[in-house]
Design a protein around this ligand. Structure first.
Ligand code: SAM
Length: 244
């Protein structure tokens, strides 16, 4: 059953109106007809089963037949602060992290991040990245679309650590800081993870992170690529706090 995401403002009583983009996709690409069932999720994690009753080229309306709290959202909310990687790696990171269970991704302009985005480019890239997140959320059956924020500086990123129950920064120079015992020392509702770009973090960045209460952890003896590390950490966190 096709899955779509709407703002709760698009739900009027038992009727849901899809966005123009989703309506066109349903009508033209999926060639859906009245009577067909779809799944629609709102931004509060509620999942509706709905029957299409009106379909035109630009607008689809469906009638809610059932609803429930989404069962596919993780118990723990993970925010990945990702050092801006080169090329299209960010798109891969977003797609895979959404499938695994990330809640939010914040691109970070760290000292060694080769990619520097100015205002317009930053907004353009962020729009594209959120589209990737939406497509991955549809494919993986998520109850919400994880948000990809506008890129921030490293200082801003670590300044947000206090908003979380737990914050970790994987740092390959810290071979003795094992992630397992730290994760088991608390039962967080949310956690922040700071991943470096291809060139890693500067020593001063690690010091600033620690000053902000962020705990440096090792991901083992092998060096993971910047596009591998967030996936590995996220899978560990899901295993530890979410997967039954
Ligand atoms: N300094 C690395 C090197 O020597 O190639 C480059 C950084 S690595 C490609 C990208 C990021 O992944 C790092 O900044 C770190 O956040 C994380 N990372 C990769 N391997 C790790 C490991 N074994 N332990 C902790 N963090 C790791």
């Amino acid at each position: 059953m096709s899955r779509f995401f709407v703002k709760s403002s698009m739900i009027d009583g038992s009727e849901i109106t899809l966005s123009e983009e989703d309506s066109v996709h349903l009508a033209r690409v999926l060639r859906a007809g009245t009577g067909e069932m779809i799944t629609v999720c709102d931004e509060n994690g509620t999942e509706y089963e709905a029957e299409i009753f009106s379909i035109s080229k630009r607008e689809v309306k469906a009638k809610i037949t059932d609803y429930k709290k989404s069962a596919t959202e993780p118990k723990i909310e993970v925010t990945i602060f990702q050092g801006l990687p080169k090329g299209s790696k960010m798109e891969l990171i977003i797609q895979k992290c959404v499938e695994i269970g990330v809640s939010r991704i914040v691109p970070v302009e760290t000292a060694r991040a080769v990619v520097k985005l100015n205002g317009e480019k930053s907004a353009e890239k962020t729009k594209r990245w959120n589209k990737i997140a939406e497509e991955a959320a549809k494919q993986s059956g998520r109850g919400k679309i994880p948000k990809v924020e506008i890129p921030v500086s490293f200082k801003e990123a670590v300044g947000k650590a206090s908003e979380f129950d737990m914050a970790i920064i994987p740092y390959e120079q810290h071979q003795n800081a094992d992630i397992k015992s730290y994760l088991r020392s608390k039962s967080p509702g949310n956690i922040a993870v700071y991943i470096g770009p291809e060139g890693g973090f500067e020593e001063e960045e690690i010091k600033l992170a620690k000053d902000c209460g962020i705990y440096a952890v090792s991901l083992g003896k092998r060096i993971l690529r910047t596009e591998t590390a967030p996936l590995a950490v996220l899978a560990v966190l899901m295993y530890e706090y979410d997967w039954e």
